[in-house]
Design a protein around this ligand. Structure first.
Ligand code: APR
Length: 314
């Protein structure tokens, strides 16, 4: 980790916001943006680098002319993909984004073979698994961004209910980064006070539902998916890795027996540091949560089977 160089493949809304957030924090020395659509990476690189005039330090932001310019990065963030449109099924979206991922990962393997990859493209857990299959790398080097965002959304909902404790709300959201995600109310504390003492059961149920629909709520207003929350969550993970902070954050990682599952990527609490995933933390789950976790894992396995049946792992 000498150069503090971050590559971002897919300079759309989330990729560019992650770059902006990182440059405002002065986390990296250099950020390289790449996008398949001509002009996007170039335009955003110039705009973001100019904004760093008012940041604590300058960050060099460049636009990759070709994937070869995403070279020797410490971290590569992949947001490349297409959004789901009305006429697309989930399986259609899965196949389209998987084919994009396959192209992108080929380049990362060649030009940044020692990097840590943070996957953002959806469906998140299945895409993260696909990256494992395509690279064959050590599992600590491939991480899906999910719980960092879902946890911030849960904290937002709790703060909105309580009206106090900003910055002191520790949340945990595990499972898949979709409809079966599992916000864990029993783990939530506000400044060390268990939320069970300050929030009613009904309030917490509403918080859980709103957390699960956090992305959809923004789409409803904006007509497009969110990017400030996801972009900042990516930057938070990059900071943890580059600064080797050993921060605990739920992320989608490959399980190898943890929680009773193997060969699947799913959101669980992990420690992030200079090697990527430093440790997977196994918390005890009650019976009800185990059932929800199983459902979540099965929904991810369904996606994995579709990719397998279509020869994506070959
Ligand atoms: N190589 C590089 N970039 C690509 C490729 C490719 N092969 N294919 C698509 N892209 C780019 C698109 O041109 C676009 O600029 O990926 C970018 C994606 O950006 P947006 O469409 O703005 O999507 P965004 O909101 O940033 O979300 C990115 O994160 O949350 C997930 O579901 C979301 O998969 C999506 C991803």
């Amino acid at each position: 980790m000498r150069e503090r160089k971050v590559g971002i493949i897919g300079a759309g809304s989330v990729g560019a916001t992650a770059a902006y957030s990182l440059s405002m924090m002065g986390t990296c020395k250099e950020i390289v943006l790449f996008d398949i659509v001509k002009g996007i990476a170039q335009g955003k690189a110039i705009d973001i680098e100019q904004s760093t005039h008012y940041a604590p330090q300058r960050t060099i932001i460049t636009a990759a002319q070709t994937p070869a310019d995403i070279k020797d990065c410490d971290i590569v963030v992949i947001t490349a993909g297409v959004p789901r449109t009305g006429d697309m099924t989930r399986a259609d979206l899965l196949m389209i984004n998987a084919k994009i991922m396959k192209l992108v990962v080929e380049d990362v393997k060649i030009y940044s073979p020692n990097t840590v990859i943070i996957c953002v493209s959806n469906p998140l857990d299945v895409m993260t698994y696909l990256i494992h299959k395509l690279t064959g790398w050590e599992s600590n080097r491939i991480i899906g961004m999910a719980g960092a965002l879902d946890g911030s959304r849960m904290a937002y909902q709790i703060y909105k209910k309580l009206g106090y404790g900003a910055g002191q709300i520790g949340t945990l959201v595990i499972g898949d980064h979709g409809q079966n995600m599992i916000p864990l109310p029993q783990q939530v504390k506000v400044g060390s006070v268990p939320t069970t003492d300050v929030l009613s059961r009904e309030d917490m149920e509403e918080i859980i539902e709103r957390t699960k629909n956090g992305g959809a709520e923004i789409v409803k207003h904006l007509g497009t998916s969110s990017y400030y929350g996801p972009g900042r969550a990516v930057a938070f993970m990059v900071e943890a890795i580059l600064n080797d902070t050993q921060t605990v954050v739920a992320s989608s990682v490959l399980l190898n027996g943890e929680y009773g599952y193997s060969d699947v990527c799913v959101g669980v609490p992990v420690v992030l540091g200079r090697h990527g995933v430093e440790k997977i933390i196994e918390i005890s789950l009650d019976k009800e949560t185990q059932t929800k976790f199983k459902k979540s894992v099965e929904s991810i396995q369904e996606g994995i089977h579709i990719l397998n049946n279509n020869g994506l792992f070959e």
